[in-house]
Design a protein around this ligand. Sequence first.
Ligand SMILES: [Zn+2]
Ligand SMILES: [Zn+2]
Length: 402
Amino acid sequence: MDRYLEIFVNGYTGYARYLWHEITHPSWHNYFYWLIGVSLVFFVLEVVVPWRKNQPIPRKDFWLDTFYMFFNFFLFSLVVYNAASDVVVHLFNDAIRAVTGGFDLQAVNPMQGWPYWAVLLTGFVLRDFIQWWTHRLLHASDWLWQFHKVHHSVEQMGFAAQLRYHWMENVVYRTIEYVPLALLGVGLYDFFVIHILALTWGHFNHANISVDGRITGGIVGALVGIVLSQSLLDVHLFDGLTAAGQFAVFGASTLAGVFLLGPWMKVIFNSPEMHIWHHSYDLPPDMPKGINFGLTLAIWDYLFGTAYVPWCGRDIRLGFPGVEQFPDDFVRQNLYGIWLKPEEEVRLSPNALPPKAALDEPVRLPVDTTCEVPGRPQDQPPRSTKSDKSPSGIRQETEQPV
Ligand SMILES: [Zn+2]
Ligand SMILES: [Zn+2]
């Protein structure tokens, strides 16, 4: 027991020193400045190319969410992550050794011998998958939904809204994800790249911007191109290339991202056009516990039948029935669900959306990002009772909910 306590205490005292060091020593391996840098990029994008052009800058609760951002990402999440991940990995190893009479899980962990890129990729997909189920659970359980309401109390969407969530969510996510991740010994690796990728994609999903899949595909292709051409993360496919060769690999990867990945980006990865529906005030009657649970990846929603993008969601109403009475300050929001509780729980608003079952094509490509469908307001379903085809090729089911 003393040993775990020691690891735990070392985790925290080490972290306090690390925290101060981060703030005073900017570097490429520095969460504090990455959080600021990534936030500034999305802030500028929201100002220069906003999706909802009439949304104020700063939007409603911008400063509240900025505070949440530093509190949740930097102070709470990382402190607990750093301190607990080593503890859990050691605890798990020791428990398995005790139960099995000396079997050392980490010694036979297949990931031990893997190249770093494979460890990172596995860690990323596995963590995103576990977090998808955790997020779904936060909606499915009436008890956990009380905490998760804080995130859904956002009424004007912007990048910083990503990190507006109740402190209990940190506890729930970390508790659930540690067990499988610790089994793989993931806590022993430096997952800086994954944290930054998840942070950036989460900012993107919540940002007031709309980006064509070919642009995001090109960015992903370019990042892969840097890794391939520079032989980073234990990739040795193109070792010893000349500068021209490196540039050719980088260019080919970027173009592959634009043209091959581009059309599929909004099915593989989450996006503002998809995540806005997750925050919809109104829900389809056959999905009263939520839709589009994806964090970084969207594939889980398409695989498990929870994807729902009926039309362009740019101007839909956000929140949940009862958000009008929900606390609007940090302290009361973080006490919510502990002893601040609603009178009665209502999940579906009177204006439910078309049932998911009425959307006959589970995957519609591409998601309409322009909202330029002439002749009808974009935040309303069409009034006719026949199916129509929007100019973007998205099939729209126009049947009204029953
Ligand atoms: Zn949610
Ligand atoms: Zn969200």
